[in-house]
Write a protein that binds this ligand. Structure first.
Ligand code: ADP
Length: 280
């Protein structure tokens, strides 16, 4: 039951007015923002002027029918398209708190990939040991101390919720793990270098329901430490794991909002048609 306001309540309100940090506590902070982002595969325009916020330490799901540009959009965040000739971006992806434009020609894509990690549809561990899979990115970054490497590998494997299953066989080859374990290893590998944003491209589509459940649980846990952007064709998954959802169609961002609003009261007819299964 709500009683009359006490002097403590009034004090808190006054404090909140004076303290801008307290005032904005409930408001999510921006981690990244797409601004008028377009993308071309040669002459073909795959993304059309996308504007969208990515909130800090939240999970944002990208949904939409096959071919609408979800993967293309996701891959823009770590400059994956730069690996192929003829691809071209327009617009910006701002990254915070430093307000860097990730797409700027002055920004080295390798630097971007240090801050933005990626987990693919099919688990893709290197044909190396479990330990070396996770240590790889740390070594690339110049870490040589055996003790520190061991410490960081353990931390990442714990964060990837796979430590207990592999701690006694760190020298086994990664491809000997089950599909679900391989995917959690790939997540641990991505986490080892402490990215700020983690991109997931349909990370459970090659997994059984139990392994899928484990990854979904992990995603919900990981958002305490890292911002997550996830492409999924599974609407139940989007509803289960995400805080925000964006509906894309034919290269456009049709609607973005809180996940429950997108699913229960979408503003755009096209979103509603997709959600209710009338389209796609
Ligand atoms: P989604 O992830 O929503 O299924 P994609 O981002 O894969 O969609 O594809 C968006 C559009 O870009 C589609 O028309 C697709 O055919 C096209 N496309 C995707 N990859 C390439 C590529 N490497 N070269 C040329 N066109 C591509």
């Amino acid at each position: 039951m709500v009683g009359p306001p006490t002097s403590q309540d009034t004090n808190d309100k006054l404090k909140a007015l004076k303290d801008p940090m307290m005032h904005t506590q409930d408001k999510p902070q921006l981690k990244a923002e797409a601004r008028n982002l377009s993308f071309y595969y040669g002459a073909a325009k795959a993304l059309k002027g996308i504007n969208m916020p990515i909130y800090d330490r939240k999970v944002t799901a990208l949904i939409g029918p096959s071919g609408c540009g979800k993967s293309t959009y996701l891959r823009s965040f770590n400059r994956m398209h730069d690996l192929y000739p003829g691809n071209r971006y327009e617009g910006e992806i701002r990254f915070f708190p430093d307000n860097t434009n990730l797409l700027s020609a002055e920004v080295d894509p390798i630097e971007v990939r240090m801050r933005v990690g990626m987990v693919f549809q099919k688990p893709n561990p290197f044909p190396k040991t479990i330990f070396e899979n996770v240590a790889y990115g740390l070594r690339v970054r110049g870490l040589t101390s055996k003790r520190l490497l061991e410490e960081k590998v353990e931390q990442a494997l714990r964060a990837g919720a796979i430590w207990d299953e592999v701690k006694d066989r760190l020298q086994a080859l990664a491809p000997t793990l089950s599909g679900g374990q391989q995917q959690r290893l790939c997540i641990a590998r991505a986490l080892a270098t402490e990215p700020e944003l983690l991109l997931f491209d349909e990370p459970t589509s090659a997994l059984d329901p139990i392994a899928t459940g484990a990854i979904e649980e992990l995603v919900s846990e990981l958002k305490k430490r890292v911002t997550i952007l996830i492409v999924t064709h599974n609407m139940q998954q989007a509803a289960r794991v995400s805080d925000y959802t964006a509906y894309m169609y034919l290269g456009e961002m049709i609607e973005f909002g809180k996940t429950d609003e997108i699913f229960f009261k979408p503003n755009d007819r096209r979103t509603e048609d997709y959600i209710t299964g009338r389209m796609g």
